[in-house]
Design a protein around this ligand. Structure first.
Ligand SMILES: [Zn+2]
Length: 410
């Protein structure tokens, strides 16, 4: 048994306990309250005092590509998505296995240092599974599938299923499937993923409605995507547009019925928001990556008001300068009119819900997994707890996953 105490304990997005503490027994949370109350209930002299800090549920990053971490500072910010795609392709052209491995290892370190305890990662290579499995993080790893040629859909699925069947699940690891995006995955492949995921209750995520050009491509078959895809030799001459907006198209393929995480949703109509809400799909909002691409204001408030579960993602360091969900909350605190409690909820409870882990993580609650972080607060700050938490100088000093201390600085 171990007791962790600090000036504040924020057990969920609603409450805040002054002089709070949490007692951890093995991998689980045993008691939550003030330090005084807990000391009265149990005898335990193993106490970590984190001082002028707030203990929070471990932060949850619901969308990233850790295998791109080494692209940090190598891709120029751009409002031109196709230009960005070509930068990525060019930067990785000479990458070998070691580059992916070191990228993943660095990404994992950065997550843990910043207080992330659960990460949802897209696996483009087999290394994502092997390297992340060894890490102390809780993770959902989505095997990425790509292919616009409908004739290849069966083979792509067969290969993906074979790879997934060889992965040994454990308490910290969930596996899923990620058809990349509507401009890189055929309708047939989306349908196969939907069917397999539905039958095997496997989580799904897909990038959707990321750019205006994507909607134009799907509705009319025009814009910047056809030339880019032809240059990448991905678009066959027989392809024709479905004539639907991105979320409508996801509904038609059957993907929405799997209640997937829809990554981005930057350009969606009110009708599409209703469709997301009624389907039970969730949304991953990546604020700083959204800013990197100079997109118009994100419809996050409309989604939240409609009752959609919205979690936060960092996306990769190819379109962001941080893998920290605390940094994403700070960015939103400055630039979006969203209540601090809602920000915290997106980074914890709603993130857990988006990943189907809400009965185990996302709150500091008796019986829940002992996934915690602790944010050191700035000295001599007179603002309320949220102003302190989202101050430029606050930073994570402690990360625990399933009762294991993964990171601490005094
Ligand atoms: Zn992504």
């Amino acid at each position: 048994m171990i007791i962790i105490k600090a000036k504040y304990l924020i057990p969920d997005a609603e409450g805040c306990i002054e002089n709070g503490a949490v007692a951890v027994d093995g991998t689980k949370i045993r008691h939550v309250g003030t330090f005084h109350e807990i000391k009265k209930r149990i005898y335990c002299d193993n106490v970590i005092d984190l001082g002028n800090a707030a203990i929070l549920p471990g932060l949850i990053n619901i969308h990233t590509h850790l295998d791109l971490t080494n692209l940090h500072n190598r891709i120029k910010p751009t409002g031109n998505f196709t230009h960005w795609v070509f930068q990525i392709v060019g930067a990785r052209v000479r990458w070998k296995d070691d580059d992916y491995v070191s990228s993943l290892e660095k990404g994992i370190r950065l997550c843990i240092q910043s207080g992330i305890t659960t990460v949802a990662d897209i696996a483009n290579t087999k290394h994502s599974f092997s390297i992340l499995k060894k890490s102390p993080l809780r993770k959902v790893i989505y095997k990425e599938v790509i292919g616009l040629n409908p004739d290849h859909a069966k083979d792509v699925m067969k290969k993906a299923c074979l790879e997934l069947s060889g992965i040994l699940r454990d308490d910290l690891l969930t596996v899923g499937l990620s058809p990349h995006a509507p401009y890189s995955v055929s309708k047939e492949l989306y349908q196969s993923v939907a069917q397999f995921a539905y039958e095997n209750t496997m989580p799904v995520c897909t990038h959707v409605a990321e750019t205006q050009d994507e909607a134009e491509f799907l509705v009319k078959g025009t814009g910047s995507f056809p030339p880019m895809l032809r240059q990448l030799r991905a678009l066959s001459d027989t392809w024709h547009p479905p004539g639907l907006t991105p979320v409508q198209y996801m509904n038609e393929t059957g993907i929405l019925a799997t209640k997937p995480i829809l990554i981005h949703c930057n350009y969606i109509t009110d009708e599409e928001i209703s469709l997301i809400q009624s389907s039970g799909a969730r949304v991953a909002f990546c604020p700083k990556s959204h800013h990197f691409f100079r997109h118009i204001h994100h419809p996050v408030r409309k989604l939240l008001n409609a009752g959609v579960t919205v979690g936060l993602g960092t996306d990769s360091l190819a379109s962001n300068d941080t893998l920290s969900i605390l940094d994403e909350m700070k960015f939103l605190f400055q630039h979006y009119a969203i209540l601090p409690k809602t920000l915290l909820s997106m980074a914890t409870v709603q993130g857990a819900k988006a990943l189907g882990l809400e009965s185990r993580v996302g709150q500091i609650r008796e019986g829940f997994e002992a996934d915690l972080c602790s944010i050191r607060l700035p000295e001599n700050h007179t603002g309320d707890i949220y102003c302190q938490l989202f101050d430029r100088d606050s930073k994570n000093i402690f990360t625990m996953v399933a009762g294991r201390i993964c990171y601490t600085i005094s």
